[in-house]
Design a protein around this ligand. Structure first.
Ligand code: SF4
Length: 493
C-alpha cells in the first residue's frame, strides 16, 4: 500500500486522517456485488474501525486503518473486481452515474456500459495517472434519479432530440461549487469516449503532472476560456463537435428532486422493484454490510448500488418479496422511509476525522436525527448539511439548511455551536442566507424543529422544498415567522 502519496485516497493511495489511515475504494457507477461488499466488510473489520462510509461520489471509505493492508489482501480485492486494475490511476475520482441506471422507468439510456467503457479506458493506460485526482466524470441517463446537479468536471447528460438520444456536454466552469454548465454541444452516444479522451488530453497538455497541486479542470477551463479549450479539443477529434445551440430548449427528462430514490419503487423490468435504504450519514457497520449483502443475494440479483446521496439501493427484488425485504431491512436497524431525517442529512468528517474542523459535525448531526425520531415533523426529505469549516467538503451544492461550525468563545460563551443558513445564498454564498448566528448545541434541535414546522404549514404545495420555501421570504420575515411559531407553542403549553 502506498501511504500518503495523494491528497485523494484510493485503495492503493491512502491518506492519513485524524482517526487513522483512510482508504477509499473506487466503485464505478456505485454498483457492486454482494461478494464485493462482504470482502470490503472483512477489510473494515480486520484493518479498520469495523464500518465503512458511503461517500458523496458513491464509493466506500474504510477509516481508522492502523496497519498496512498486505499485498495478498489487495490482490484478492482486485481479483473480485475492486480497485483499478492499474493502481497508478486508482486515486482518480470515482465515475458517477445515476444509481438507477438500467432500471429507471423513465431513463433515455442505460449509462452502465459508458461507465465501464471510460473506466476500462483510463485504467488501460498509465498516462492518465497525470490527471488530477479530482478529475471527475459523470453520466446521466435522463431518468427520474438525476445526477446532473452533482459536482463533476464533465457531465454527459442524455437528452432526446428528434427521437434520437444524444449526450449533452456539460463542463465545470466558473465559481467553485457551481454544477456543470451546459456547453450546448450534443454528442452522438458513440462519440463519448473520443470526446472524454480529448478533454483529458487537453487538460494534460496544460498541466504540470509532477506538481503536487495540479490544477483543477475548472481552473484550467477558467484560465483558457471555454471556446479556446473546446477549439483544442476539436483539434484532437476526427469529427466535428456538433454545436447544437439551436437546441437549447431540449430539456432532460429528469426529476430534480433528490432523495426520491428512497423507499420502494418499480423498475423498468416488469415485476421487479428496487428499495432505497437510508444510511445515517452514509455509515454502514460491517454487520449491516453483510446483512444487506445477504438480502441482495437471497432476494435480488446480488447487486447493490451506492448513491451520491450516501444511501444504498437493493435492486431486482420480485414484487412478492418486497414486503419481506423491507421488514428485514428494519431488523438490520435500517430504514427506507422518505420522512427519515437521516435520508438527506449530510456532515463532513468533523473533528474526529479532520484537524480543520471546529465542531464534531457527525456526532451533532446524529444527535439531531435522534431528536427527530421522538418529534417527527417531516413528510419529505429536507437536506440539512453540517460543515466543520467554511470549506464545505461534504456538500458543495446548495442545501435546504446549512450549519457552519463555530467556536462559541467568539461570542463570549463556551463550547461548540453553529451559524444557520437557509436556501440559496446571495453572490454565490455556498451556505445560503444567514438566518441565525452562534446557535448553541442545546438550542439547535428546537430551532430546526420550529423551522420545519413553519415550513410544513406555509409551503405552497407538498413538493415545495424547504429551500424553495425559504427563498420566498426575506430573512427578517423568516425570523418573524419562526419566532411567532415559538410563541404559539409556548402559549399552548
Ligand atoms: S469542511 Fe472543513 S472541517 Fe469539514 S472535512 Fe472539510 S476541511 Fe475538514
Amino acid at each position: 500500500m502506498l501511504s500518503g502519496v495523494s491528497a485523494c485516497p484510493g485503495l492503493f493511495y491512502t491518506t492519513p486522517a485524524q482517526d487513522g489511515i483512510l482508504s477509499r475504494i473506487r466503485i464505478p457507477g456505485g454498483i457492486l456485488h454482494s461478494k464485493q461488499l462482504c470482502a470490503i466488510a472483512d477489510i473494515a473489520d480486520q484493518y479498520g474501525g469495523g464500518y465503512t462510509d458511503v461517500t458523496n461520489r458513491a464509493n466506500l471509505q474504510v477509516r481508522e486503518i492502523r496497519q498496512d493492508i498486505n499485498a495478498e489482501v489487495l490482490q484478492r480485492l482486485q481479483d473480485l473486481g475492486l480497485g483499478a486494475r492499474n493502481p497508478a490511476v486508482d486515486n482518480i475520482r470515482n465515475i458517477m452515474a445515476s444509481p438507477t441506471a438500467g432500471i429507471d422507468l423513465l431513463e433515455l439510456i442505460d449509462t452502465r456500459p459508458f461507465v465501464q467503457g471510460w473506466e476500462n479506458y483510463i485504467t488501460a493506460n498509465a498516462r492518465w495517472s497525470g490527471l488530477s485526482a479530482k478529475f471527475s466524470v459523470c453520466f446521466d441517463g435522463g431518468g427520474t434519479v438525476s445526477v446532473c446537479d452533482r459536482l463533476n468536471d464533465i457531465t454527459l447528460a442524455a437528452v432526446l432530440v428528434d427521437d434520437q438520444v444524444y449526450f449533452r456536454l456539460c463542463l465545470s466552469i466558473g465559481e467553485k461549487g457551481e454544477p456543470p454548465t451546459d456547453t450546448g454541444i450534443l454528442l452522438a452516444t458513440d462519440q463519448y469516449l473520443s470526446v472524454l479522451a480529448a478533454l483529458a488530453d487537453v487538460y494534460l497538455k496544460h498541466t504540470d503532472i509532477n506538481s503536487r497541486r495540479k490544477l483543477r479542470f475548472r481552473e484550467l477551463l477558467n484560465n483558457l476560456g471555454l471556446d479556446h479549450y473546446l477549439q483544442e479539443v476539436q483539434q484532437c477529434l476526427p469529427f466535428s463537435l456538433c454545436d447544437s445551440r439551436q437546441h437549447k430548449d431540449v430539456i432532460h427528462n429528469i426529476s430534480t428532486r433528490n432523495y426520491q430514490h428512497i423507499g420502494i419503487h418499480p423498475q423498468r423490468q416488469p415485476g421487479l422493484f428496487y428499495i432505497g435504504v437510508v444510511l445515517p450519514l452514509g455509515r454502514l457497520e460491517t454487520q449491516k454490510m453483510r446483512g444487506l449483502a445477504d438480502l441482495a443475494a437471497k432476494y435480488g440479483s446480488g447487486t447493490l448500488r451506492l448513491t451520491p446521496w450516501q444511501n444504498l439501493l437493493l435492486t431486482d427484488i420480485p414484487q412478492g418479496c418486497v414486503t419481506d425485504v423491507a421488514d428485514e431491512i428494519v431488523v438490520l436497524g435500517l430504514d427506507c422511509s422518505l420522512s427519515n431525517l437521516n435520508n438527506a442529512l449530510v456532515a463532513c468528517s468533523g473533528k474526529r476525522g479532520c484537524a480543520a474542523s471546529i465542531t464534531d459535525t457527525k456526532a451533532h448531526a446524529l444527535t439531531l436525527a435522534e431528536y427527530f425520531k421522538t418529534y417527527p415533523v417531516l413528510d419529505r426529505p429536507v437536506n440539512i448539511h453540517f460543515s466543520g469549516c467554511a470549506k464545505s467538503c461534504a456538500q458543495q451544492s446548495k442545501s435546504d439548511i446549512a450549519l457552519l461550525g463555530v467556536n462559541l468563545e467568539e461570542n463570549n460563551s463556551s463550547g461548540e455551536g453553529y451559524h444557520i443558513y437557509v436556501g440559496d445564498g446571495d453572490n454565490n454564498q455556498k451556505f445560503g442566507r444567514e438566518l441565525y448566528r452562534f446557535v448553541t448545541l442545546a438550542e439547535l434541535p428546537t430551532s430546526i424543529e420550529q423551522m420545519l414546522q413553519v415550513y410544513r404549514t406555509k409551503r405552497l404545495h407538498p413538493d415545495e422544498s424547504f429551500g424553495e420555501f425559504a427563498n420566498r421570504y426575506a430573512i427578517a420575515d423568516l425570523k418573524h415567522l419562526f419566532a411567532s411559531s415559538q410563541n404559539v407553542e409556548a402559549n399552548n403549553k
